[in-house]
Design a protein around this ligand. Sequence first.
Ligand code: GLY
Ligand code: MN
Ligand code: MN
Length: 464
Amino acid sequence: MFSAQTYQDRRSVLQTNVAGGVLLFLGNIENPVNFEHNPYYFRQDSTYLYYFGIQEPRIAAIIDIDENKTIVFGDELSIDDIVWMGRQETLKDKCLKSGVQETLPYAELSQYLSKVQNSGRKVHYLPPYQSSNKILLSDILGIKIAELQPSVEMIKAIVKQRSIKEAQEIVQIEQAVNVSNEMHLLAMRVARPDVKEYEVANAIQYLAANKECQMSYPPIVTINGGILHNHYRLNTLKEGDLFLNDSGAETSMGYAGDLTRTFPVSKTFTTKQKEMYEIVLNAFNNAQRLLKPGVRFKDIHLKASQHLVEGLVDLGLMKGNPEDAVKNHAHTLFFQCGLGHMMGLDVHDMEDLGEQYIGYTEEDPKDTKTFGLKSLRLGKSLESGFVVTVEPGIYMIPELIDIWQAENKNADFINYDKVYEYRNFGGIRVEDDFLITDDGYRLLGDGLIKTVEEIENYRAEHLA
Ligand code: GLY
Ligand code: MN
Ligand code: MN
């Protein structure tokens, strides 16, 4: 945990940014796998972690703005619990570390909130994502799940605060990124012909576990990098394949890293792979240089798309004016997603609070319809203190190519004959994590090799 003062300060800032009423924070529960006492790995809700830091299932908290009170709701272990689980730090002690003096049994939450509602005061709550919290809110507030109305005022105040990372948060994120760097170097040492994808995945998860880290998301370790979030891991690596590793560690306090490297299973890239890799790397380098407060991330995304098109024109897969190609969304045949996202306590930071509030503004809302832009999680202007990923890629998706070709879609910009030669090429992505600073950006972590030369040299050294 950070200091009690940290959590107290964060809560008082939040309190001043919401006009009145009661702010409700619901922690997560241990979700059962197949019966109640066999749960999935427990991960506390990130907003709960941010304002209270307490890692314990089935707790809640309120900040009563009108009465200037903060209460944590939860239960101490019963003697039965202690028989099975042993004595543990009490909830009371954990609350004191969070600067909270007052605790009440979990069952009293409902009563407290009913009183607030009956006195005509507002209960602010966030969009629930765990089913148990959806049911709980519905029961307590007497509203159908589909009719729950999360507080936009609370969401906006939290997003404003959590978007700007504190120095101590950056330390945590850099720890996560540095463990992620080690995971990626290990993958580059382990991956070779005849190894299974899951062997690489297992190796990097073992490394992270030995550093007291979890995965910040299920790792994407695949020879089918064209599938954006591919979790199938039974393939055997063979000479000539490209290997895509998108994985990141999460520290014990919950902060994420999120890195991608793509490298050949053979010791060197083929010419075709190298040409394509250089296009992605060029888009990455140019995008990185544009990171600065005041610059719209959507503009960096569009610029990166243009750089991808320029490279694809040189290779003969695309044609025409690159700027016009991007205006017509022709690049989305190869780059179907967004250039990056916010990162922090969540790998896609605060995504549970709603992308419109995290990545966009009311004046410049998210395009939720256009293929490509609808997957851009961050579009608004950058601010000093944001942590973002930059992750351009080129993905060959045979099914998508077939649909576009059948429609002759964007035929002014796409050479379908040439694309046919690449339809089973797979995908390439390069991803790093950056802090936006007052005058630009800073790469987080100690840096991870990414040029063709660096990767080939490292592989040559370790695959001997
Ligand atoms: N690992 C998921 C992403 O890069 O957004
Ligand atoms: Mn990412
Ligand atoms: Mn990633």
